[in-house]
Design a protein around this ligand. Structure first.
Ligand code: ATP
Length: 436
């Protein structure tokens, strides 16, 4: 894990937030390659959830909402974690994370010290809207994006003339004042979520829930290329269910630091949220069902995942070390559509005859793909650098290029090479990359 975290920093994927001041626990910055990977993940999700479906639309809602939203949703009362402090070393823990010892007595896992009684701690960040910081101006940074969809149910239903079943999707930042952030970007205080609320007729909810579970697992394996053997689907036990849920299933990944842990939750939220907002806002949030002539409150199936945890998953799953001709090679086997750089342009050397055609090839590719031009150090070293950041193809310009107007495309995983005329290069790469 340490090697992996240092690769993420060294190659510009993830930096500690405000690092020059010593950082801030649970907050991270994404570097030049990290932001590309993150955008590609978001694009892939949006494509699967919105663009390729005719029953889901997108939305973007504000992070700070009327605080009554969080009273209605139950977050003010119940979005809490029990926590304890160690009286000796002062470390703080989520009670859920502690395991009783043989005497069934909870002790500090770090120093064995005595723990305080468990206290409930609300995970929502509070702030104030306006110049006066008093109770009346309290507002919250949203802990999930979902409520933005529920409070806009009627707006979307009427403006988009939707019929059930239909969904509303959103990608956006969420904030949780987690007691124990950690495991790199696995548990953050500020993170991005991709959530979709799928509204269905009551009674059709269980079947839609199963369909969404299957579809979401397929996205992780087929679209993102995460290995099936590292994933599992876990059913929540009754006592584990959130206050709004009838059934929840987690997709879990086998992380090297934690074992199987949640990367996406797929919940049947029933009609809980719409009912609560009807009551608290005093507005009718119903759907007119022509078949029965009745106004009904739809049920909701919600696939919810975090971008940052997905980022960590695809990097860990794609990370590999191999031996090639007696030398170690580190590579990221990322699907081409996720790779931050699609093609690297590499002149064989800095020879003055090779630079102009190499620059020309780079200019040719740049409008079509994210590219990187690199002429520093030996060609072997440069291939290794690209392997390490997951670049699927390297385009090499050599002395033959001066004669035949062709270049070599070198592939990351098998390291195979093929000669392609410059005139066909864009099409050839597009076909190989197979992405949009
Ligand atoms: P956990 O049990 O790990 O705290 P959760 O059950 O509270 O997660 P959900 O409320 O279901 O999480 O949120 C949906 C998704 O959002 C999770 O699957 C995860 O990918 C992401 N997520 C939740 N909390 C965090 C966090 N603190 N940092 C990063 N991602 C998060």
């Amino acid at each position: 894990m340490d090697t992996f975290v240092s690769l993420c920093k060294r190659r510009g994927f993830v930096f500690q937030s405000s690092e020059i001041y010593g950082g801030l626990g649970g907050f991270w910055d994404y570097g030049p390659l990290g932001v590309e990977l993150k955008n590609n993940i978001k694009r892939s999700w949006w494509r699967a959830m919105v663009q390729e479906r005719d029953d889901v639309v997108g939305i973007e809602t504000s992070i700070i909402m009327n605080p009554r939203v969080w009273e209605a949703s139950g977050h003010v009362q119940t979005f809490t974690d029990p926590m304890v402090d160690c009286k000796q070393c002062k470390h703080r823990f989520r009670t859920h994370d502690l395991k009783p010892n043989e005497k069934d007595e909870l002790r500090c896992p770090d120093c064995g010290g005595e723990l305080t009684d468990s206290r409930m701690f609300n995970l929502m960040f509070k702030t104030f809207v306006g110049p006066v910081a008093d109770e009346a101006s309290v507002a919250y940074l949203r802990p999930e994006t979902a409520q933005g969809m529920f409070v806009n149910f009627e707006n979307v239903l009427t403006t988009m003339r939707r019929k059930l079943p239909f969904g509303i999707a959103q990608i956006g930042r969420s904030f949780r004042n987690e007691i124990t952030p950690g495991n790199f970007i696995f548990r953050d205080l500020e993170f991005e979520q991709m959530e979709m609320e799928f509204f269905v007729m009551p009674g059709a909810d269980e079947e839609w829930h199963d369909r969404w579970i299957e579809s979401r697992v397929g996205w992780w394996t087929d679209t993102l290329g995460v290995r099936k053997e590292n994933l599992q689907v876990r059913e929540h036990a009754k006592e584990e269910l959130s206050h709004y849920s009838k059934r929840t299933v987690d997709i879990e990944y086998d992380f090297p630091f934690a074992g199987f842990a949640e990367i996406e939750g797929i919940a049947n939220r029933t009609d809980f949220d719409l009912k609560q907002h009807e009551e608290h806002a005093g507005r009718t949030l119903r759907y007119f069902d022509e078949a029965s002539g009745q106004q009904i409150i739809p049920y909701v199936i919600e696939p919810a995942m975090g971008v940052d945890r997905c980022f960590l998953t695809v990097l860990i799953d794609g990370y590999a070390e191999e031996e090639v001709r007696g030398e170690k090679r580190t590579l990221l086997r990322l699907k081409p559509e996720l790779a931050p750089i699609k093609a690297a342009v590499l002149p064989l050397s800095r020879n003055e005859q090779l630079v102009p055609p190499a620059r020309r090839v780079s200019d040719l590719l740049r409008p079509h793909f994210m590219t990187q031009y690199d002429d520093a150090q030996s060609i072997g070293r440069r291939y290794r650098r690209q392997d390490e950041i997951g670049t699927p193809y390297c385009v090499t310009i050599d002395f033959d290029t001066l004669e035949d107007e062709a270049v070599t495309i070198r592939e990351r995983d098998e390291m195979t090479q093929a000669r392609v005329p410059i005139a066909n290069l864009v099409d050839a790469l597009r076909e190989k990359l197979g992405c949009w």
